[in-house]
Each structure stands twice: as structure tokens, then as C-alpha cells.
Design a protein around this ligand. Structure first.
Ligand SMILES: C[S@@+](CC[C@H](N)C(=O)[O-])C[C@H]1O[C@@H](n2cnc3c(N)ncnc32)[C@H](O)[C@@H]1O
Length: 343
């Protein structure tokens, strides 16, 4: 076994190459984890005593990506999540629900150290921004060609059809406008809304609670950074990321993480904003275009040239890139390739 691992899926390369989860990058992983999608209740002290009885968890440690352990009733839903505590048997770090979501950031539970991320992330941690997000802010995206949540869900579900029935992770779910719709569709065994913003997750929780149709659905809220997704490699069926790629501090780290956690055959669907500057394929003009984008994107929100999105997906091991475009709106879909072992 070599020391270096594949950047998207972090699996070590054996000396004799074998097909991997990130094919066509060929990082040579062959084993896949089989994890039960169970969440069970306990408190942190209890976990210490009951390690032996704990079950393997879909959610993993954000430090080492080992599946977390926990004990108690199962189910990926707010009711069990809100009373749950988890522990990594490898790192020995404990995680428990804070407020209304399970905090699975690396910094969860820290008292002194505080991490401030770039403004594309920090903006949405603001309580006012979180409050107005579904009360006017999101509606403004229509001016760039976004068709609106109902239509966007329909488009996304067309792309997500091959993964129907599995676990859907709504990365950067914000106030949960898509997580709620996905959960109500009953097309997935569970929906996990994941975001870095505590206030967005609180909004999501309030809006879920107000909707009686969501009372008994398998819908859970988790706090995590897209660059450190708390799932083991190859364990999630589908990932949706609505209007978020342009906010992430490092889109390549985010897409690589999504690639890592998706099962072979898993689907990634994302929407974002295209640059108002046309995609200039003429070589001599490309530096001008890049310079424009660097100046206008800055450290907060970036606007994409479509070829970059396709490039990024391919670099992270995705195939079958497809898209729907309207004005500056783009919805892209890419698939995690199956290895010969999966056929
Ligand atoms: C424009 S909102 C999109 C919300 C929703 N998905 C939608 O389609 O309207 C962008 C979201 O990305 C989240 N976000 C920004 N940086 C993130 C990060 N590093 N990890 C996870 N989520 C992040 C923000 O908190 C915010 O909720």
C-alpha cells in the first residue's frame, strides 16, 4: 500500500492498481463500507458506558471519517437527532445536538477557539440574513434566471431519478427550502439538510416544525463544513447543492468531498450563477476573461464560466456532466462512476 491517497476520496493506492471510487482518476479503492442508516439516542456519558452496544452510524467523524457510534432509537429525523449524542471510537471525540441540529463541525463543542471563514460563508451565519432568506432574498434569484424552488426541485428530481429511494444529502441547505420539498416527495429513504450556518439551520428547524406534512418524515439537520463532510467514503446516494457553489471558500474542496462521500453510481446536482461575461473560447482573450473573473469574484461570491464547472467535476472524478441553463442560472448534474465490481 502506498502512502499517498486520492485527493477526492482519500483512499490509499495499493501497489497493484485496482479500479477505485474516483474512477477515472484511478485512485484504486476497492472496499466499500456498508453502513446502517440508523440514528439512535443516548447522551455523551451514556455513550462511554454503552460503547459495546452502540450501532454503526451513517454519520461519521469530521476528523477521521470513521462512522460514529451511538445507542438508542434509530431513524434519520429531527426527533431522534435533537436528543442524540455521538462518539467517534477512533478519535474519542463526542458530538451532541446543539439547539436543533447535530453539530458535526471539527470545532463542535470548543469553548475558546472560534473559526471565521470567508465572507461567502460568514454572510449566511448572520441571523438577519437567515431570517430574510426565504422572505425575499431567495426570490431575487429569479432576476438571474433561477426558476424558483418548485421548478428547481422538479428539475433536480429528474436528474436524481437513478438514485431514488436512497439517502439524499442537501448540502448548504440554508433554511431548508429544498430539503423540505425533497422530504415531502417521499422519493428518498431519508433527507439530510446540512449547512455551516447555525442560524440558517435554526430557520430550517422552525420552518420544518411549522409544516405538519413534515411531522413524521425522515428529515434531519446537521451542521458541517462542505470541505469536511461527516460521512464515510462511498456511503451517500445523492447530493444536492442549491445556489451554494459560489459561496464556498474552496469549491474544489467541496466538490471533492461530495465525490468522496457519494456511492458509485451516485448523483451530484447543483445550481449556481454563471458569469455575465460570455465564455470566451478564443485563446488570446482567455487571460482577459480570467482577470475579469478574479476581480469580480473576490473572496465572497464567485460567478462561473460554464467550462470551469465541467472541468471541476471531471477533476473530482465525476462523469456524464449534464446541465440546464437559463440566463445566468445553471443546474448541473454529474455522476460518480461505477467500478467493474459494482456491475
Ligand atoms: C445562497 S444559500 C443557498 C441555500 C439553499 N440551498 C438555496 O438553494 O436557496 C448558500 C448557503 O451555503 C451555505 N454555505 C456557505 N459556506 C458553506 C460551507 N463552507 N459549508 C457548508 N455550507 C456553506 C450558507 O450557509 C448558505 O446557507
Amino acid at each position: 500500500m502506498g502512502l499517498l491517497s486520492c485527493p477526492p476520496c482519500l483512499v490509499l493506492r495499493p501497489t497493484r492498481p485496482r479500479p477505485c471510487l474516483c474512477s477515472p482518476l484511478r485512485c484504486a479503492n476497492s472496499s466499500r463500507l456498508s453502513v446502517k442508516s440508523t440514528l439512535t439516542y443516548s447522551n455523551t456519558d451514556q455513550i462511554e458506558k454503552d460503547d459495546a452496544k452502540s450501532q454503526v452510524e451513517l454519520l461519521s467523524c469530521p476528523i477521521c471519517f470513521e462512522p460514529l457510534m451511538r445507542k438508542g432509537p434509530s431513524g434519520i429525523n429531527q426527533s431522534s437527532i435533537s436528543r442524540s449524542a455521538f462518539k467517534c471510537n477512533y478519535c474519542k471525540k463526542a458530538f451532541s445536538s446543539r439547539d436543533v441540529f447535530l453539530d458535526l463541525t471539527v470545532t463542535a463543542g470548543l469553548k475558546e477557539y472560534e473559526e471565521v471563514l470567508p465572507s461567502g460563508t460568514e454572510l449566511f451565519r448572520n441571523p438577519l440574513v437567515s431570517f430574510v432568506y426565504e422572505r425575499g432574498w431567495r426570490q431575487n434569484f429569479a432576476r438571474s434566471g433561477f426558476p424558483g424552488p418548485d421548478e428547481e426541485v422538479k428539475l433536480a428530481q429528474e436528474f436524481l431519478k437513478p438514485t431514488g429511494g436512497g439517502i439524499l444529502l442537501d448540502v448548504s441547505c440554508g433554511s431548508g427550502l429544498f430539503s423540505r420539498r425533497f422530504a415531502k416527495s417521499d422519493a428518498y429513504s431519508a433527507v439530510i439538510g446540512l449547512d455551516f450556518s447555525e442560524n440558517m439551520l435554526r430557520q430550517a428547524h422552525d420552518l420544518i416544525r411549522q409544516d405538519r406534512a413534515l411531522a413524521n418524515r425522515n428529515l434531519a439537520l446537521v451542521r458541517a463544513d462542505v470541505a469536511r463532510l461527516p460521512f464515510a467514503t462511498g456511503t451517500v446516494d445523492a447530493v444536492h447543492a442549491g445556489a451554494a457553489l459560489h459561496c464556498w471558500p474552496s469549491p474544489s474542496s467541496g466538490v471533492a468531498e461530495i465525490s468522496r462521500i457519494l456511492k458509485p453510481g451516485g448523483v451530484f446536482v447543483a445550481t449556481t450563477f454563471l458569469s455575465p461575461v460570455a465564455d470566451l473560447r478564443i485563446g488570446a482573450l482567455k487571460p482577459l476573461q480570467q482577470a475579469y473573473r478574479r476581480v469580480t469574484s473576490g473572496s465572497s461570491l464567485r460567478y462561473w464560466i460554464e467550462a470551469e464547472l465541467e472541468d471541476l467535476c471531471a477533476a473530482c472524478g465525476f462523469i456524464e456532466y449534464r446541465k440546464v441553463r437559463r440566463n445566468k442560472f445553471i443546474m448541473l448534474c454529474a455522476t460518480k462512476p461505477k467500478t467493474s465490481e459494482d456491475d
